[in-house]
Design a protein around this ligand. Structure first.
Ligand code: AMP
Length: 399
């Protein structure tokens, strides 16, 4: 599916100015310290490969939403410092991403040197996919590498428009790895394939659920979404979160699952609270017994047992979205148990999305998951069966 694209391994980079679009949109705390550097670490294989081959490496990224204006809060300077430590080598930091001064810095680079450019989104032209901006950026490199998986669903100048001004445009190792795992899990998977989809709203995951019905053998819907399905079937769900305007869609999904012989599972019991808070009293009951003054906020023990049964024979597992309000201790067990069950399974497992990624790290089971996607929005787009615009920017092997 993704085989036809040029990759880093296909091009001669020695002595060339290689401009790499990375996604260093890392979380920062109130003092500007990097809270989680996984997105930086995941680009190290691409950078090291370029350094080993004596390329001149120019890194470009966005950070946060500075809305097209220079804002020190969103400077990539702390990222340059972190990169220095991770690579144990000098990383120069450019005061901008385009312009005369940056061109001078780039043109005086020696082989094996690295420059990180300042935030692309300090220029509104980046998000507007402006051709002049794309051209100015492209002039900094001889070869363009896209390794920013987390931004691949955006048609921005550095992700898309730039293809008209630089050739070749190739995939970096991170992007290649993301697509390879996705392909293994959902394009040519070992069966049975089991999907776990959780979260708050059916409306935001409907595209994913519908697409997965064509791909998987079993699907388990957890989180508040389960209540929309249960209520659509005509049952009571107490004061749990439901989307009444999604009932028709929910019933359609159930019907489609039946037609396609996809086994469709919902939780069988819930941990309920009186309110979404640490202090609420809790009960654990089968969903048939949730009365009006209780809110279902996590899946219960019987549901976790059911999950064990579902994944017993799984060869491939896909997971997105929490099983409950995992941010609150009393309602985190379902999500963490799912993380443990998936990690303990020998199946190929891919997971993605901000909450899912966080839960896997919190549960301490990172090593048990075959692949954790670095891109929230881009991962969800792939799960919906959409193509990523940036793939159209990558040069074909045959061209
Ligand atoms: P999403 O962004 O759609 O993946 O939803 C994630 C959010 O769903 C998390 O913040 C959870 O706290 C929330 N969530 C999961 N289960 C429930 C539930 N039973 N009731 C209310 N919110 C929930």
């Amino acid at each position: 599916m993704f085989d036809g694209y040029l990759t880093l391994g296909d091009v001669d980079v020695k002595g060339k100015r290689v401009l790499v679009r990375v996604d260093y949109n890392v979380p920062l705390d109130e003092f500007g310290n990097i809270v989680d550097d996984v997105r930086i670490r995941e680009t190290i294989p691409t950078i090291n490969c370029l350094l080993d081959k004596n390329a001149k490496v120019i890194l470009a990224s966005h950070l946060g939403r500075p809305k097209g204006e220079r804002n020190p809060k969103y400077s990539l300077k702390p990222v340059a410092e972190r990169l220095k430590r991770l690579l144990e080598t000098e990383v120069k930091f450019a005061p901008d991403c385009v312009g005369e001064e940056v061109e001078k810095m780039v043109n005086s680079m020696k082989e094996g040197e690295i420059i990180l450019l300042e935030n692309l989104r300090f220029h509104k032209e980046e998000e507007e996919n402006d051709p002049s901006f794309a051209k100015a950026l492209a002039s900094l490199g001889d070869i363009y590498v896209i390794d920013a998986f987390g931004t691949c669903h955006r048609k921005h100048a550095s992700m898309y428009g730039i293809k008209d001004f630089i050739n070749p445009v190739v995939m970096g190792f991170l992007l290649e790895r993301e697509l390879k795992y996705f392909e293994q899990a959902l394009v040519n998977p070992e069966r049975p394939v089991v999907a776990f989809i959780g979260g708050a709203k059916v409306s935001s995951k409907l595209g994913i659920i519908k697409h997965l019905l064509n791909k998987v053998d079993k699907i388990f819907i957890g989180g508040a979404m389960a209540f929309t399905f249960i209520k659509a079937m005509g049952y009571h769900t107490g004061s749990s979160l439901v989307e009444e305007d999604m009932f028709e869609e929910a019933l359609y999904v159930l019907e489609e699952a039946k037609k396609r012989d996809v086994k469709f599972y919902l939780p069988v019991d819930f941990v309920c609270g009186k309110e979404i808070s640490e202090k609420t009293p809790v009960i654990e009951v089968p969903w048939q017994e949730i009365t009006d003054d209780w809110i279902g906020l996590d899946i219960g023990k019987a549901s976790i047992q059911l999950i064990k049964e579902i994944i017993k024979d799984a060869q491939t597992i896909v997971w997105n979205g929490p099983m409950g309000v995992f941010e609150i201790d009393q309602f985190k067990t379902g999500t963490f148990s799912l993380a443990h069950e998936i990690a303990n399974s020998p199946a190929l497992s891919i997971a993605g999305g901000g909450d899912t990624d966080y839960a896997i790290h919190k549960a301490g089971v990172v090593d048990g998951i075959s692949y954790i996607s670095t891109g929230g929005g881009a991962f969800l787009k792939l799960l919906e069966g959409k193509t990523l615009p940036c793939l159209n920017a990558i040069t074909n092997k045959t061209s």
